[in-house]
Ligand binder design. Structure first.
Ligand code: ADP
Ligand code: ASP
Ligand code: MG
Length: 420
């Protein structure tokens, strides 16, 4: 079986859906597990809806109407007869009706638990539309609820996979030539509530399913030719990397190359399953092949830029040295709040952390540690990670910028910088 993943960009409008159908037609002789994300930027819209619902703003219903309208317009523009469009609209509306019922209630759970219940509708409605559209185009497929397969903890917004339970469920699936299912979502078995795996988690879902199925390969279809030496939205001279070892792909994604979710590669490496990152705009091209690599590969300098970073300088209130038990408290609270330390540095009196400026995670973290520590915050910074760097590129990156922190280890150098 092959596992395919189509992200938000590949299902953002009716023309994109027709393109997905044509790609699937090319693979009609293969058994496929197709993982699909929410359409376009709908996850962002659902995040706004969840905030409005949790804060009981009347705007929530306006946001709901916009989300519904977005999906109905895509259906209206499909290249199929009117009756087909009506059938698909009815199915999409049925799913969205459940979301409306949810937001008509008062939010009683935590923000993060509510988030998973609301935001998961993006994938539920998109897969319903994609599956029904493919049927109208006579591409037979079976829709699966990923929540019946992916068993997780109740670590809302960043749920942990219960691998063995998940594998048992996935392996019980009957043979079908094409399954369509959601990325990003799972279910906690005791509460039976929906969970999500973290933003951009659909790549990881594809990898989980491939691991369980011992798939022959995974293909992630993107709006870029493959993994490039940098994000082409930020660097126009980014070049395609045709082959990557699992280790190199893990390093790049760990440091934030957002083309693949950082948790995607490891499960595939554990089972020796190759992963291709390919362009849905040019499906003939091989893209980037990630897998076992025997001989030494030459890699270009890879640049990974993370914007909107904060640097926290954490000191004990009595100005005592930062000791191991302090670090235990700091990291413990970061884990509870779901904050990731992209770079850390220790000095006698302060501990420095570079992390994302995500208010919903940062604010609770700062509140939790403020009784023990003083925190100085420097906002609006950038973190640059360079792998396989050359002195010329280093100089270019640093030119006319204030370097706040610089660290290097082996093939990687990291800088926290003031933006240009
Ligand atoms: P989807 O959600 O549709 O699967 P994403 O938008 O999450 O896709 O990922 C694709 C995007 O990743 C590209 O449009 C590109 O801007 C960005 N990107 C960041 N780093 C890289 C990189 N090193 N190589 C290729 N694309 C990258
Ligand atoms: N729809 C989710 C997101 O936008 C998951 C994904 O697309 O991978 O984060
Ligand atoms: Mg995405």
């Amino acid at each position: 079986m092959k596992v395919f993943k189509f992200g938000g960009a590949s299902v953002r409008d009716a023309a994109s859906l027709a393109n997905v159908a044509s790609i699937l037609q090319r693979f009609q002789h293969d058994d496929l597990m197709v993982v699909v994300s929410a359409m376009g930027k709908i996850t962002n819209a659902l995040e706004r809806l969840n905030i409005a619902w949790c804060e009981q703003q009347p705007e929530a219903f306006q946001l709901f109407a916009e989300i519904e309208q977005f999906h109905l317009e895509i259906i209206q523009q499909m290249d199929i007869p009117e009756e087909g469009k009506s059938r698909i609209s009815a199915k999409a509306c049925r799913i969205l009706e459940d979301l409306k019922e949810l937001i008509l209630e008062s939010p009683s759970a935590s923000f993060n638990q509510n988030y998973d219940q609301v935001v998961s509708f993006g994938e539920l409605v998109s897969t319903t539309i994609v599956s029904a559209y493919l049927l109208e185009k006579e591409i037979s497929n079976t829709w699966l609820d990923a929540r019946d397969l992916i068993v997780t903890s109740d670590n809302w917004r960043d749920a942990r996979i219960q691998w063995e339970h998940t594998a048992k469920r996935v392996q019980r699936l009957k043979k079908a030539s094409c399954y369509i299912t959601q990325g990003f979502i799972g279910r906690e078995p005791l509460s039976r509530l929906t969970t999500t795996l973290g933003r951009e988690g659909s790549d990881f879902s594809a990898s989980i399913l491939a691991w369980c199925l011992e798939a022959e390969e995974v293909n992630i279809w993107k709006d870029v030719p493959g993994v490039l030496s940098a994000d082409p939205r930020l660097f126009d001279d980014a070049t395609l990397i045709p082959t990557l070892s699992y280790e190199e792909a893990i390093e790049l994604t760990y440091f934030g190359a957002s083309v693949i979710h950082p948790k995607t590669v490891k499960p595939l490496q554990n089972k020796g399953i190759p992963l291709s990152v390919r362009s849905f705009l040019n499906p003939e091209a091989p893209g980037t092949r990630i897998g076992p690599v025997s001989e030494k590969v030459f890699y270009p300098t890879c640049i990974i830029l993370k914007k909107n970073q904060v640097l926290l300088a954490i000191k004990t209130k009595d100005y005592a040295f930062i000791a191991e038990e302090n670090l235990q408290t700091i990291f413990g609270q970061m884990a509870v709040c779901g904050l990731r330390a992209h770079l850390t540095q220790n000095s006698a009196l302060s501990f420095i952390i570079c992390t994302d400026n995500d208010t919903y995670k940062l604010k609770p973290f700062l509140e939790k540690i403020q009784s023990e520590f003083e925190v100085e915050i420097q906002e609006n910074l950038e973190l640059v990670n360079l792998r396989h760097y050359s002195e010329t590129i280093l100089a270019q990156i640093k030119a006319n910028r204030q370097v706040v922190v610089e660290q290097s280890l082996g093939d990687t150098v990291q800088f926290v910088l003031q933006p240009r």
